[in-house]
Design a protein around this ligand. Structure first.
Ligand SMILES: [Zn+2]
Length: 409
């Protein structure tokens, strides 16, 4: 199938203004031609955009399709069949909000990624980490304090959402195992977290030799490591050992931001997660302990983002919403607009995120040979980020790899 888009306004995320008179030809799932002259095609279906804005599909670089509950403890009672169905619904909703690609930073495996790629489930294309790797007692050790042993969780949703490995040799084995299973990147836990119940937020997790070992294994496989880290110290240790993307990074300092810029590490803030947990977490069983930790990270989020931007760190777009909170996904645009321009936020969610998933030129922009992942918006997002709100209500057309998945034009 081929499609010719005309009569619209073109949003190129590399520019700060819209372009008029651009026509786009899509053929075989790819962008074939983008031109400011009329494009001729005898076979293409013509789509008249009637002055609406056409732009690349959005990319979210920090989501979890398998964290289907706000309170992780409930995941123990979710069978794998139910988990798959819930993930299916979460993915469909993301796609209908305009996200044509997402990076899962822990949980989703190659199976669900490939199920979407083969058209068995409707969702954004996925880049997956498999199970995140955590130290004993770290952000990914979900045992209760009363539990000493690891009981078998392999038939529940919990099995996907973390694995524990201690010491260089076990970390190497865990990373190799996730790579064997088809991970696109590796996720490790380098500091305390909000949703976990036994680790203080300020705890610094994993020894340097363990982090280095994880990075070396991933690197030799042609992959990279992303690390969960809040404090400046945790971020500094991770980046100095070779971690490529820092997730959250809410409690940064200026020296650490400078180090990230120097090393070319990406920051993926996930500000809406804290906003959403604060407003709605309690309704879905979030514990008092988690809500207290949430209060600390929420205060540093925007400040860290500004600090990193000033230092020249490349900033990706992530959300990290758990289970029932995922319909807040696009509020991330509004929160960031307090310190960034709409064009900057859109660049994060397209071009920068495409670089994070190592798909520059293929995703995140509409250029010849890129995947035909695009959305049509009823207005100019460079002036109004509210157009991404309301569950895709202002996005009448969504195309993924050349296939229209929504069309109310
Ligand atoms: Zn996360």
């Amino acid at each position: 199938m081929s499609f010719l888009f005309k009569g619209g306004r073109f949003l190129n995320p590399r520019l700060d203004t819209l372009q008029d008179g651009i026509e786009i030809l899509v053929e075989g799932g790819k962008i074939r031609e983008v031109s400011d002259h009329p494009i001729k095609s005898s076979s293409a279906q013509v789509i008249d955009l009637g002055g609406k804005v056409i732009m690349p599909g959005l990319i979210d670089c920090h989501i979890h399709v398998f964290l289907t509950e706000v309170n992780f403890a409930y995941l123990e009672d979710v069978p794998l069949t139910m988990l798959t169905a819930q993930a299916g619904m979460l993915m469909r909703n993301m796609l209908m909000r305009g996200y044509t690609t997402v990076r899962d930073t822990g949980g989703a495996d190659a199976g669900i990624r490939d199920a979407v790629a083969h058209g068995l489930m409707l969702g954004p294309r996925l880049f997956v980490a498999g199970a995140p790797v955590s130290q004993t007692g770290g952000h990914g050790d979900f045992r209760k304090r009363t539990q000493s042993r690891f009981e078998c969780k392999c038939c529940s949703a919990l099995a996907f959402n973390a694995r524990v490995a201690d010491g260089v040799s076990d970390v190497i084995k865990a990373v190799r195992d996730e790579l064997r299973k088809g991970a696109d990147h590796i996720k490790i836990m380098c500091s305390g977290g909000v949703a976990s119940q036994s680790d203080p937020l300020e705890s610094v997790q994993y020894r340097l030799d363990e982090i280095e070992a994880a990075c070396e294994e991933a690197d030799r496989w042609g992959k990279y490591v992303s690390a969960h880290a809040y404090s400046a110290e945790a971020v500094r240790r991770a980046v100095s050992c070779g971690v490529r993307t820092i997730e959250h990074g809410n409690l940064m300092d200026e020296d650490t931001a400078a180090l990230m810029a120097e090393k070319g590490a990406f920051l993926v803030p996930t500000l809406v997660a804290y906003d959403s947990m604060k407003r709605r977490g309690k309704d879905f069983g979030m514990t008092e302990y988690s809500l207290r930790k949430n209060k600390t990270v929420i205060e540093g989020g925007l400040r860290s983002l500004e600090m990193c931007r000033k230092a020249g760190v490349e900033i990706g777009f992530g959300t990290d919403l758990l289970g029932q909170l995922q319909n807040d996904q696009s509020r991330e645009f509004l929160i960031r607009s307090e310190v960034l321009s709409p064009a900057e936020v859109i660049r994060s969610a397209t071009i920068t995120n495409a670089r994070i998933v190592r798909q520059e030129g293929l995703l995140g922009e509409l250029v010849p040979d890129a995947y035909a992942d695009l959305i049509v918006v009823e207005g100019n997002p460079l002036q109004d980020l509210n157009l991404f709100q309301d569950e895709g209500a202002h996005i009448p057309f969504i195309m993924k790899e050349g296939v229209p998945v929504k069309n109310t034009l």
